[in-house]
Design a binder for this molecule. Structure first.
Ligand code: UD1
Ligand code: CA
Length: 448
């Protein structure tokens, strides 16, 4: 039987001091709530309900963009986590199975952890709560246990000094049979310090009804919740540490791991080398054996086997670098296909273009792709040689094995094998150089 998913994402996130709903803030280029959804990837998920409230329209739109099957339930007033779960009831009518409750601001629960909770449910616990041993329990809810049995959850504000001394804390993640969960949530009261309907009270209510509750624990790092910008930075650090470790585990050399920044979807093949200070923005795949040199920034780009990118290269969305190609320092490439073995060694902008195999692009080459209104394409043929400082005014085609003279402004197509020279003709005036300098010095009253 499938597990239904309820993701709580109605909170305001006041401490973020942001105009954007908290769950839309990103870690590694992906919104917090989307990370949280990904933690359920290992479960056989049935329906997915995101409870929205603050910034409801934006959150709902972002959720649908991540997964069109997501349904949203609206929580008009933030009356607590139990009240939030109750809003999902209609969307899960008749769904059956189990339901897991996740928080949109808690991005790092591992799929294995939810699998362990499902297993504990299978082993007979009616309510399974995810807990963790906190180094600094702070204001987390505390889990009151007796051996393996969870007796109740007490919120920090309602806890006695003795209960506050407990270090086993509530992550917020709960799993129970769907029908049962909603029966329990419907029975919640709000007679507590916050005047809220606490989801956590379902444990005590359930036990009064003869149900059993159990705790599954996970590493504290998994339960990291984001409530402030500092938490967001801490979450980013956790993500990056995991991504670096995973890359190295998969056979990627990171010369200085702590300086390499990954996105949630970065894919790097084995035997790649990533030099220091490289940023992988979303949408990058790198095939085995490529080298990404220092201080490069890649986004929405594919780098093929054996290619070398950087140092100081910028690959923007739509870039494909073919096998053995080289994109060197201070080169920006956007929406362009770089052919096998082509070389763009330095100081170029190549946008909306195709560069043929083995073509050589001289320093200072620019594809003038934008006329102020529309973008136009440049096509450079195989083994073409583009002289330094060529302006290729698109739309324009340079044929295979064609050559452009340095400093040319190329506005018309160059046929295969031709040489285009498009620059002012050089005139040498005999002795004028020296005479000019003498004249200027005399005017300034300076001797030689
Ligand atoms: C909650 C738990 C606490 C646990 C902690 C872990 C309760 C009562 N307390 O406390 O035991 O240690 O999480 O981080 O459950 N939300 C709504 N609507 C609401 C209230 C909250 O959607 O009316 C959402 C929030 O957006 C957030 C999540 O539920 O994603 C948790 O709410 P929050 O107010 O942060 O709970 P805590 O006080 O942190
Ligand atoms: Ca919280």
């Amino acid at each position: 039987m499938a597990t239904q998913l309820v993701l709580l994402a109605a909170g305001q996130g006041k401490r973020m001091k942001s105009d954007r709903p908290k769950v839309l803030h990103a870690v590694a280029g992906r919104a917090l709530f989307a990370h949280a959804l990904a933690s359920a990837e290992g479960l056989d998920v049935g329906r997915k309900v995101v409870v929205v409230g603050n910034g409801a329209e934006d959150v709902a739109a972002a959720a649908r963009a991540v997964d069109p099957e997501i349904v949203t339930a609206h929580q008009a007033d933030r009356l607590g986590t139990g009240h939030a779960v109750a809003q999902a009831r209609a969307a899960l009518e008749g769904a059956g199975g189990d339901t897991v409750v996740l928080y949109g601001d808690t991005p790092f629960i591992r799929p294995e952890t939810l699998a362990a909770m499902a297993e504990r449910r299978g082993a007979g616990a009616d309510i399974v709560v995810l807990g963790f041993h906190a180094a600094d329990p702070g204001r987390y809810g505390r889990l009151v246990t007796d051996g393996d049995t969870l007796l109740r959850i007490v919120e920090f504000n309602d806890a006695t000094l003795e209960e506050r001394a407990l270090t086993l804390c509530n992550s917020g993640v709960v799993m129970a049979a769907t029908e049962r969960l909603f029966e329990l949530v419907a029975a919640l009261g709000n007679d507590n310090a916050a005047g809220e309907y606490y989801l956590t009270d379902i444990v005590e209510i359930g036990r009064d009804r003869g149900l059993t509750a159990a705790v599954v624990t996970c590493a504290e790092e998994e339960t990291l919740g984001v409530n402030s910008r500092a938490d967001l930075a801490a979450a980013e650090a956790v993500f990056q540490a995991r991504a670096r470790a995973a890359a190295m585990e998969n056979g990627v050399t990171l010369d200085a791991p702590e300086t390499v920044h990954f996105s949630h979807d970065t894919e790097i093949g084995r035997d790649c080398v990533v030099e220091p200070n490289v940023v992988f923005a979303p949408g990058v795949t790198v095939e085995p054996g490529a080298r990404i040199r220092a201080f490069s920034h890649l986004e929405g780009a594919h780098v093929s086997a054996g290619a070398v990118v950087g140092p100081y290269a910028r690959l923007r969305p739509g870039t494909r670098v073919s096998e053995g190609a080289r994109v060197g320092n201070f080169v920006e490439v956007k929406n362009a296909e770089i052919g096998e073995g082509a070389k763009l060694p330095h100081l170029s902008y190549i946008g909306d273009a195709t560069v043929g195999a083995r073509a050589n692009i001289g320093a200072g080459t620019i594809t003038c792709n934008y006329d102020g209104v529309s973008k136009h394409r440049t096509a450079i043929g195989e083994a073409a040689f583009i002289g330094s400082n060529t302006m290729l005014v698109a739309p324009v085609t340079v044929g295979a094995e064609a050559v452009t003279a340095s400093g040319s402004v190329v506005v018309r197509d160059v046929p295969d094998g031709d040489l285009a020279i498009a620059r002012g003709e050089q005139i040498n005036k005999q002795g004028y150089g020296r005479r000019l300098m003498d004249m200027l010095r005399a005017r300034a009253g300076k001797g030689k």
